[in-house]
Design a protein around this ligand. Structure first.
Ligand code: ATP
Length: 486
């Protein structure tokens, strides 16, 4: 079955996963809203990441493949930061894309996307080959959204919406070290909104102007940094596999030397074969980068540049730092080895919206199943991992009488009280109700029938295997909780 973006986008809108932002006014390009089911799905994606990184992390155990045990803590930092942060991080000077305009159709797009499937001028969408178009020379365009803080509307009040959450962790390195009493190696994680004024937002939520990131900065000893880089690269890849992304559609790609950012010693992308891409093309879900000590040094000494393979503070024509750092000591002192050093950083940087979109695309399935009258009908179902499914259980009375609705309502409430996202429905034929739940990816349906009053059991139906078994009413919550944990 070939999945198309058209069917996926239409399901997302029809069932309330995603809507265009400000749709009643014609929408705003690059901005999206999550509907009632989308918000639950994305919340589960965030929760799965936060649990992996923070709440389920064991500070004492040495995880398989890791050089040693380590600590993990979380932060939530502000979207608008001191403008100097972006000067020292390099974003002020370097965070730009090159844009070109097509003189014929007046479209504008990213120079490096002109020959990929992101190009709006693909022959199918544009009369004539885009290669033959008359394009303007590329011009630089900074992707940071500018705003003004307070009553000052001039350059003194100018600030930026953060284009990544990572800097919030670097500038708080000392605060975390002093307050959480963690020792290197440790990681600081954050989930939050980032903003990039993308030239050509496209492909549904894949490239948006407002999006959410899930980033972690892992601080380690320079001599161990390559081992940690390998560890995080492999572990992050496995996270997507564990949550149901098929290995056929996922790849871990190491960057070539010429693709590396100005600071990076090594970077690998975790990529997904989104249906909007051509065959054998992949889109980035997450980048895992070895950033060396670039960020901590820059925030201490001033913006760094590479000179003869060494990182040195960039200077102006008078020999002063081009952008001053904080001047704060961002070194780490190891009280056992008595060594003082600037930790190296490994950064797994994921997008919550891109991951959510990949889970949606991966989950989409079609098959044929007999309806209530035994006639074969097409079935659309979302094969979400139970941890990610927006609704976990649907409770149905088989018919609207003989005490079945009352019993079903009781079970519905018990599941809700246990914190399990549950819906109740008594409208329509039972087969139709199953299909409605399949289409939103509900893994389990419970049906209360005429027998329930006698045997105190209900039927549980599995979305994927369609298997129906009877379970005692008093075991419902524990049975569902076990299945969700698995
Ligand atoms: P791309 O090359 O696709 O523009 P990037 O390499 O600039 O992405 P990073 O700076 O590494 O992206 O950001 C980390 C993650 O944040 C990305 O892997 C992606 O999941 C997410 N992300 C980045 N830009 C966007 C965007 N415009 N819309 C949605 N998610 C994004």
């Amino acid at each position: 079955m070939k999945k198309t973006m058209e069917t996926i986008v239409s399901l997302c809108k029809r069932r309330g996963f995603l809507f265009q932002s400000s749709e009643i006014y014609g929408g705003l390009n690059g901005f999206w809203d999550y509907g009632p089911l989308g918000v639950e799905l994305k919340r589960n994606v965030r929760e799965a990441w936060w649990s992996e990184m923070i709440t389920s992390h064991d500070d004492i155990l040495v995880p398989e493949g890791a050089p040693r045990a380590f600590s993990m803590v979380g932060v939530e930092t502000s979207i608008i930061m001191h403008p100097q942060v972006w000067k020292c991080s390099g974003h002020y000077d370097l965070f730009h894309d090159e844009m070109v305009d097509c003189r014929e159709c007046k479209s504008r797009f990213r120079a490096d996307h002109i020959s990929t499937s992101e190009c709006p001028l693909k022959p199918s969408k544009h009369p004539g080959e885009h290669d033959a178009c008359s394009l303007t020379d590329p011009r630089e365009f900074n992707l940071m959204f500018k705003t003004y803080v307070g009553a000052l509307s001039g350059e003194e009040g100018a600030a930026f919406l953060r284009p990544e959450t990572a800097q919030g962790m670097f500038v708080n390195f000392k605060n975390v070290l002093d307050s959480a009493r963690v020792k290197v190696p440790f990681g600081i994680a954050q989930i939050g909104k980032s903003f990039r004024n993308e030239i050509t937002p496209r492909n549904f939520t894949f490239r948006s102007r407002e999006f959410e990131q899930m980033e972690m900065e892992f601080f380690c000893h320079p001599d161990e940094s390559r081992q940690w880089y390998q560890y995080w690269r492999d572990r992050r890849h496995q996270w997507y596999v564990k949550l149901g992304i098929g290995s056929d559609n996922l790849q871990l790609r190491d960057h070539d030397a010429d693709e590396l950012s100005h600071y990076s010693v090594g970077t690998a992308d975790i990529e997904y074969a989104f249906p909007f891409l051509d065959e054998n093309e992949y889109g980035e879900l997450e980048g895992v980068a070895h950033r060396g000590n670039f960020d901590l040094r820059s925030h201490s000494e001033g913006k760094l540049i590479k000179q003869n393979d060494e990182l040195v503070v960039e200077t102006d024509s008078d020999g002063n730092p081009k952008y001053r750092g904080s001047g704060k000591d961002l070194t780490y002192f190891d009280d056992q080895s008595r060594e003082r050093y600037i930790p190296h950083v490994i950064e797994p940087a994921a997008g919550a919206d891109r991951a959510t979109l990949a889970f949606i695309c991966e989950a989409y399935r079609e098959d044929e199943q007999p309806d209530d009258k035994g006639k074969m009908q097409k079935r659309v179902y979302m094969q979400f991992h139970p941890k990610l499914a927006p609704v976990k259980v649907a409770v149905f009375p088989l018919i609207k009488k003989e005490g079945m609705p009352e019993k079903a309502a009781e079970i519905y409430r018990e599941l809700k009280q246990a914190g399990i996202v549950t819906v109740y429905s008594q409208q329509g034929a039972i087969g139709r109700r199953y299909r409605q739940q399949d289409e939103i990816g509900t893994p389990y349906c419970l049906t209360i029938d005429g027998e329930t009053a006698n045997d105190e059991c209900v039927t549980i139906r599995d979305r994927d295997s369609l298997e129906q078994t009877r379970i005692p009413v008093k075991e419902i919550v524990s049975e569902i909780s076990n299945r969700l944990r698995g």
